[in-house]
Design a protein around this ligand. Structure first.
Ligand code: ARG
Length: 395
């Protein structure tokens, strides 16, 4: 009699595949249940992982949570202008949802432990562990705990009739959902190495993008995108469509040094065309409808929100509190933003909103509504303390 059931967060790759026999032989579990969670990875990747899981594991689940991912994780990120060190987060947004889906299955199956194939260097181990532990599960991370080398993994896989992917086919580690695509590892680990064009799949190189600009009109309701060029769309469809349009123009690439949670610096490459357009449009619309006080305070809130989201700490009570504040501000973020995209750039060229805090009658050079002489009184008090101090110093 072994240790019963363990549920494994499965991707179909070598690391998570060898975890299946390891969890039995090395850790003493009787049954290994694999779970693939579909947050918009390429369909082929999901299919292959499912096939492999069904063959190697005792039981396999594939759960499609694409719309849930959009509504519960991408939309809040849009409302919060979510970005980390200057790029729109993607992997970080998906991990908590993937983990929650795995927890639900683990509870149903009566498993006591959950396993993942993360290494001990990255962010995902912490994001996963946090959710699994929150729900009281023991966490098993064979790759992190056993310090395995790739040669050992390959030999072990062959012994267990697990197909080994050819290294040449996958020189990078790619993580993809429809908000963002991330490429890291291999030669890219040298920060001085120039990334070859082939790492990108969603964005065209600038030399091949159209010379003519394209106009996209993004409609928002309560802070989230609901239409493109006037046509209403569900979140996932809208993001996919915009990825294609903006990607054609080479919008949304990042090549950067990133500070991981543990403090390690890592070279990361990203592409996120739709995210770049939507976030630019959303922030612009906020500038039309929110007060100066709201905007400056929300900047701090957005930053804090992004920090928690990056770490995957969605059960931190502050996360809910920040979301509550953000949701209140978004009640007025309804309107349309026209974006011109050209040669990798997104330029907002027009915006309108029913609740715009804007009056051309007040601000216009041609208007007589506002008596300019009133400003003279304000001017007399403006910066008074600073002026007074200078005078005192002189005397
Ligand atoms: N650095 C990013 C993060 O931690 C993305 C990592 C994606 N992983 C990958 N193997 N490409 O959120």
């Amino acid at each position: 009699m072994g240790k019963g059931k363990v549920v494994l967060a499965y991707s179909g790759g070598l690391d998570t595949s060898i975890c299946i026999p390891l969890l039995k032989e090395h850790y003493g579990y009787d049954e290994v249940i694999t779970v693939v969670v579909d947050v918009g990875q390429p369909a082929k990747e999901i299919e292959e992982a499912a096939k492999k899981g069904e063959r190697i594991a005792d039981r396999h689940y594939t759960v499609n949570v694409q719309e849930k991912f959009v509504k519960e994780h991408i939309f809040p990120a849009i409302k919060a202008n979510g970005s980390y060190e200057g790029y729109p987060m993607g992997t970080a947004l998906a991990r908590p949802l993937i983990a929650e889906e795995i927890v639900a299955i683990a509870k149903n199956e009566g498993a006591t432990a959950i396993a993942h194939g993360c290494t001990g260097r990255g962010n995902d181990q912490l994001r996963f562990d946090f959710i699994f532990r929150t729900h009281g599960f023991e966490v098993i991370a064979p790759i992190r705990e056993m310090n395995l080398t790739r040669e050992w993994e390959i030999d072990y896989a062959r012994e267990h009739e697990i197909p080994v992917p050819v290294r040449k086919e996958k020189p990078w580690s790619i993580d993809e959902n429809f908000w963002s695509r991330s490429i890291e590892g291999g030669k890219l680990e040298d920060p001085a190495y120039h990334p070859p064009e082939e790492i990108y799949a969603w964005t065209a190189p600038l030399k091949d993008t159209p010379n003519e600009p394209e106009l996209v009109s993004v409609g928002f309701e309560n802070g989230v995108p609901v239409s493109l060029d006037g046509a209403r769309m569900e979140g996932a469809e809208l993001i996919r469509t915009l990825n294609a349009v903006a990607g054609r123009h080479g919008v949304g690439r990042n090549d950067m040094m990133e500070d991981r949670i543990l403090g390690l610096k890592a070279r990361e490459n990203y592409e996120h065309p739709a995210a770049t357009v939507i976030l630019a449009a959303h922030h612009d619309l906020e500038r039309l409808v929110l007060t100066r006080a709201e905007l400056s305070f929300k900047g701090i809130v957005d930053e804090k929100w992004s920090e928690l989201a990056y770490m995957g700490l969605i059960h931190e009570p502050l996360y809910a509190a920040l979301n509550a504040f953000i949701d209140t501000t978004q009640e007025r973020v309804t309107g349309t933003v026209d974006c011109m995209i050209l040669k990798g750039g997104v330029h907002v060229v027009g915006r309108s909103a029913p609740m715009a805090l804007y009056s051309d009658d007040l601000v216009s050079f041609d208007s007589k509504t506002l008596d300019q002489c009133d400003a003279v009184g304000v001017s007399k008090y403006f910066g008074m303390q600073a002026r007074l101090l200078r005078q005192i110093k002189k005397e």
